[in-house]
Ligand binder design. Structure first.
Ligand code: NAP
Length: 317
């Protein structure tokens, strides 16, 4: 039996693993389908303190993993199918491994890219439709690209994709962008980026050779337009990865785990949540890492018997 199992290996899970391992609790860390999490699909991380010249996302995550291993964290490259938190020890059901027993669980499964749900989108994922510029941008060298969304992700993706594309058009459903000023400014200064604001995406249109473009509604005139492009990148935010919990942990309406304010405690004592899976507000690598540290410290206190109260009654169900 394990003292603690950490599920998910973004900055939150890996930081929790470093702290647990240094506390000699020998955590098992289950990596999931995307080891290293979302940062492995970004390029340079400019705002993680301690790296004045920036650091590549995959390198940062690799460093965190090595740091956790150095102190004795055990890693399993596998996928958690389900958990049983109704009895103690808790059961964590891992694909290809079976049922593992643990006294505590740290959930740091992050969030996954959202899709629009419009015709032509799902059937063309990998054939012109993508949610990851760093993964797929290379395939659109010299081609026209549409990026959908008005947040920081869309600005970042659009700016990055200008390295490859002949032109990038940002399509956003409102006339005002949601993105931070610095990210907006950077994108607006980029001559390769064009803007199709106040346009609602309707359909990814294809022809024999692949994606032909994105059909949108001009919200001002009500008219439909086709923005021609070979690539469509969807950058409209993320959904928390909480499906495997089977409703045993209290979440908000969008699926984000609810934690006791100022802590990482979930409604079940001994189960903690950190990183994007419980964060609807900050969603930064550094805040995820910070909450991973908090989860490990909450977990240690719990294992020492200092945190035995149940606060689940106070949650909004
Ligand atoms: P976000 O801020 O939630 O923005 C999502 C965008 O997609 C919004 O503009 C939204 O439109 C649009 N959208 C959502 N659903 C849509 C739909 N069904 N159809 C059309 N458009 C839709 O998500 P994000 O950009 O992924 O950013 C998430 C968090 O990560 C933010 O806190 C952000 O600051 C952070 N982030 C930071 C960086 C960085 O600092 N380097 C990079 C990326 C992300 P509306 O505006 O109309 O709602």
């Amino acid at each position: 039996m394990y003292k603690s199992i950490v599920i998910g290996t973004g900055p939150a899970g890996l930081t929790a693993a470093i702290y647990l391992a240094r506390a000699n609790l020998k955590p098992l860390v289950i990596e999931g389908l995307q080891p290293g999490g979302q940062l492995t699909t970004t390029t340079e991380v400019e705002n993680f303190p301690g790296f004045p010249d920036g650091i590549m996302g995959p390198e940062l995550m690799d460093n965190m993993r090595k740091q956790a291993e150095r102190f004795g964290a055990e890693f399993k490259s596998a996928w958690v199918e389900s958990v049983d938190l109704s009895q103690r020890p808790f059961k964590v059901n891992v694909e290809g491994v079976g049922e593992l027993l643990t006294e505590t669980v740290i959930i740091s499964t992050g969030a996954s890219a959202k899709y629009l749900g419009i015709p032509g989108e799902q059937e063309n994922v990998g054939r012109g439709v993508s949610t990851c510029a760093t993964c797929d941008g290379f395939f659109f060298r010299g081609k026209r690209i549409v990026v959908i969304g008005g947040g920081d992700s869309a600005m970042e993706e659009a700016s990055f994709l200008t390295r490859f594309a002949s032109s990038v058009t940002v399509v956003h459903r409102r006339s005002e962008l949601r993105a931070s000023k610095i990210m907006q400014d950077r994108a607006r200064e980029n001559e390769k980026i064009q803007w199709a604001l106040d346009r609602t995406p309707l359909e990814v249109v294809t022809h024999e050779t692949g994606v032909k473009g994105l059909k949108v509604r001009n919200n001002e005139t009500g008219e439909e337009e086709l923005i021609e492009a070979e690539g469509v990148f969807v950058a409209i935010g993320h959904t928390p990865n909480t499906g495997f919990l089977g409703g045993q942990i209290t979440t908000d309406a969008a699926g984000y785990i609810q934690v006791k304010p100022g802590t990482t405690e979930t409604n079940i004592p001994g189960v903690f949540a950190c990183g994007d899976v419980q964060d609807t507000r900050y969603r930064q690598a550094i805040t995820a890492a910070g909450s991973g540290c908090m989860a490990a410290m909450d977990c240690e206190k719990y294992l020492e018997g200092h945190m035995v109260h149940d606060w689940s009654e106070t949650l909004n169900k």
